[in-house]
Design a protein around this ligand. Structure first.
Ligand code: F0G
Length: 486
């Protein structure tokens, strides 16, 4: 295939370019991250976004079925025959009016982009299909990543299905069991090393370079190409109308960076007239971007961000031997590698950054769950952030908002069970501290195995069985959901 793609250093002062067939995770000249760029003038670019709908009719072909590759004209770096797809991206924009009403929003204005419905249960599959396609293109056989869990689960799945050897580095005790179980089951060589995610990533970058392993973390610019398609699917869900806000959790900042790039290109191609605004939500215990933007005043600054500010922040963290800590283990990251690209995304999408506490995350997660959308704690940071941004007036109650639910609820059942029961299941030997549970806890009720006790627990009168069996919905005593009218 004649390619219009090339790699380009994200540092505006450098701007070095490389062939798309080179395997690099940073600029050889200045060390900054790379972007995949396209010479659109030499390619065939669709004239409207609506024209992508034609692909639905051909969905028995794997590339047209994939929610990533049916937009392949907007990530044209590989020939169709090279693509490694397993049907990722069958995720839909769900209208969440009831949840929105609970938050005080106007009807029909809150949407949830449910990325937990991907094959490995998180948004990572969008990026992994693209990076594996590049790995195949360059003839790689062994692929590696550091992970808080979802990247490793996704890597392991794609490696198993496409004939690669997968190697994952995880920090000790830092990974939810749902995710660890996937990496193990899919046969990835799993190395648990001392330290947190930041240490793991440093190590795997070094090991990959020295041993020639293909690196799958989001320093790999091809990952971000696949993740752009989450924005296309949200547009599709809104009949190609641009929403007012996109809200996304911020960890290593690859996803938000991909969103910014998607809109930068859609604007450049004239496929949209404006970009939505972006809200990136950090957990309070892992809030580097929040600190960099809201306290240190860092901006993209036309491609010349003041890097001394972030270096100073990291030096302070080293001195204090600081390690991030949050219940949202997926985003427990203090040195996000895509920070500079995230600043660019904030610039393109007139974005804001907020931080939320663990308690706010867990309360938001329970609220999302109560309306039938399962997600892991990191994903719930979006709704917790939305609550805050509605309260302080940044987001209007009449604005149209899409929150990206990045990972499935079954990824981290321990967090959910702990919230509802106070019981920590992960380390049963550890004596449970005083049980605590959240304000929306749906506690299981201990009940004796006899009919009178069961009737009592169901809130039914003892003579119920003598009368006609009642039909219809019965509010269980534990459905603790105060409804707020605005
Ligand atoms: N949500 C979930 C469920 C995640 O797994 C991650 C990242 C994020 C949000 C943050 O996305 O890094 O692009 O800002 N998980 C990575 C991992 C770090 O290793 O699985 P980001």
């Amino acid at each position: 295939m004649k390619t219009i793609a090339y790699q380009k250093c994200a540092n505006a002062a450098c701007g070095s370019t490389y062939e798309v067939t080179q395997t690099l995770t940073s600029c050889v000249k200045c060390g900054e991250l790379l972007d995949i760029r396209y010479d659109w003038s030499k390619g065939e670019v669709p004239r409207t976004l609506k024209s992508f709908e034609e692909r639905w009719q051909r969905r028995r072909f794997p590339l047209d079925h994939s929610g990533v590759w049916r937009f392949r004209d907007l990530l044209p770096f590989a020939a169709d025959a090279m693509v490694c797809t397993i049907g990722e991206g069958q995720t839909f924009l769900q209208n969440a009016t009831c949840l929105g009403r609970q938050l005080g929003m106007w009807p029909g204005q809150l949407y949830l982009q449910y990325e937990g419905m991907n094959p490995s249960g998180s948004f990572k599959d969008n990026g992994m299909t693209a990076a594996f396609t590049h790995a195949r293109l360059v003839g790689a056989r062994r692929v590696a990543c550091a992970s808080t869990g979802n990247t490793s689960a996704s890597l392991a799945l794609y490696a198993a299905q496409n004939g690669f050897q997968g190697i994952v580095f995880i920090g000790t005790g830092k990974i939810a069991f749902g995710k660890l179980s996937q990496a193990l089951d899919y046969g990835a060589l799993t190395l648990q090393i001392e330290g947190d995610f930041d240490a793991c990533l440093r190590r795997v970058r070094d090991v990959s370079q020295q041993l020639g392993l293909y690196l799958m973390n989001s320093v790999n610019p091809f990952r971000l190409e696949g993740q752009k398609t989450i924005m296309y699917r949200i547009l599709e869900g809104l009949n190609w109308e641009v929403p007012d806000w996109i809200i996304v959790p911020g960890g290593n900042l690859g996803n938000c960076s991909a969103f910014g790039k998607a809109y930068e290109e859609l604007l450049e191609l004239g496929l949209v007239k404006r970009a939505p605004r972006l809200a990136i939500i950090n957990a309070h215990g892992a809030n580097t971007l929040h600190t960099a933007v809201n306290r240190l005043g860092m901006t993209w600054n036309g491609g010349h961000p003041d890097n001394s500010k972030i270096q100073g922040l990291y030096a302070g963290m080293d001195e204090a031997n600081y390690h991030p800590h949050t219940v949202a283990s997926a985003i427990e990251i203090s040195r996000p590698v895509n920070l500079i690209k995230a600043l660019r995304a904030l610039d393109v999408m007139k974005g804001v950054v907020a931080e939320v506490t663990d308690e706010e995350i867990l309360e938001a997660k329970a609220l999302i769950g109560r309306y039938g959308f399962g997600c892991e704690p990191a994903s719930a940071a979006t709704v917790a952030g939305l609550q805050q941004l509605l309260k302080n007036g940044t987001i209007g109650r009449n604005e149209r908002v899409a929150c990206v639910l990045t990972g499935h609820g079954l990824k981290d059942p321990d967090a959910t069970v702990h919230y509802h029961t106070g019981i920590k299941t992960k380390d049963a030997k550890q004596p449970a501290a005083e049980p605590t549970w959240g304000s929306r806890a749906n506690k299981p009720i201990q009940v004796a195995d006899d009919m009178p006790s069961i009737l009592k627990a169901l809130g039914m009168a003892q003579d119920t069985l003598d009368k006609t069996v009642p039909t219809g919905y019965v509010e269980t005593p534990s459905a603790n959901l105060p409804f707020v009218e605005y």
